[in-house]
Design a binder for this molecule. Structure first.
Ligand SMILES: C[S@@+](CC[C@H](N)C(=O)[O-])C[C@H]1O[C@@H](n2cnc3c(N)ncnc32)[C@H](O)[C@@H]1O
Length: 219
């Protein structure tokens, strides 16, 4: 594992610099947005048909794409996006106001390791393509469990590095470009969720450009 402060500093610098052009990147179009579509499928399967509003926290929300996609869906979600990079939050906030979806949506700049929310505040916590930047992944999962209501869900998507293609893409290439990052193997992610008290832990591997892994646990 790399030095925690170095990992966080690198992530912040990378996304502060990328924020204004992030939405135009090919990765955003072909990897990050499809990941969010996977969350929408999961949410639809879980909450579709239920009219009661629910509270969703998206950790590592980037430029707020999930909030925008939810606003176009029939799912009655109230959304908080949290990101370590203030520049990403600013872009997300600006987009929400420009597209008139800012009611029921807010963005908070904070570290995933210190979630500024009371116990049992959310029904769903999502996190996509961000977890590999966290130096203390187990601690983050524990804190996510704390802020979820009983029966709430944690949905995590990140690079799947347990086959040869995934290992090459995430450990070798992205590891070299974005370093320092850590794409945890599925067995480790499973252990994180189990240790934090999640139940009904399941996974789903899917492919867009690269192999990705969705993990879901119930609080
Ligand atoms: C590749 S982007 C993914 C953004 C968004 N989830 C998406 O799919 O478009 C990773 C995001 O994680 C954020 N991030 C990195 N480390 C973080 C931390 N410790 N706490 C919260 N957010 C963090 C970055 O600032 C960045 O916006």
């Amino acid at each position: 594992m790399h030095l925690p402060h170095h990992m966080k500093r690198q992530a912040k610098d990378e996304f502060e610099a990328w924020a204004e052009t992030y939405d135009n990147s090919l990765l955003h179009r072909f990897m990050f947005q499809p990941s969010y579509r996977m969350f929408l499928q999961e949410l639809q399967a879980w909450r579709g048909g239920v009219t009661e509003p629910f509270d969703l926290l998206d950790i590592g929300c980037g430029t707020g794409s999930l909030a925008a996609m939810l606003a176009l869906s029939p799912l009655p979600a109230s959304v908080v996006g949290l990101d370590y990079s203030p520049a990403m939050c600013n872009v997300a906030d600006r987009k929400a106001r420009q597209t008139h979806i800012s009611d029921g949506v807010r963005f908070v700049s904070a570290d995933s390791e210190h979630l500024p929310f009371a116990d049992a505040s959310f029904d769903v916590v999502t996190c996509s393509n961000s977890f590999h930047h966290y130096p203390h992944q187990q601690a983050v999962v524990h804190d996510i469990r704390r802020i979820l209501r009983p029966g709430g869900r944690f949905m995590l998507i990140d690079g799947f590095r347990d086959n040869i293609v995934g290992w090459f893409v995430f450990d070798v290439i992205i590891g070299a470009v974005e370093k320092p990052v850590f794409h945890a193997p599925w067995s480790t992610i499973h252990t994180y969720l189990q240790a934090a008290g999640f139940r009904d832990i399941r996974r789903r591997k899917f492919n867009y450009w690269f192999p990705l892994l969705l993990t879901v646990g119930t609080a």
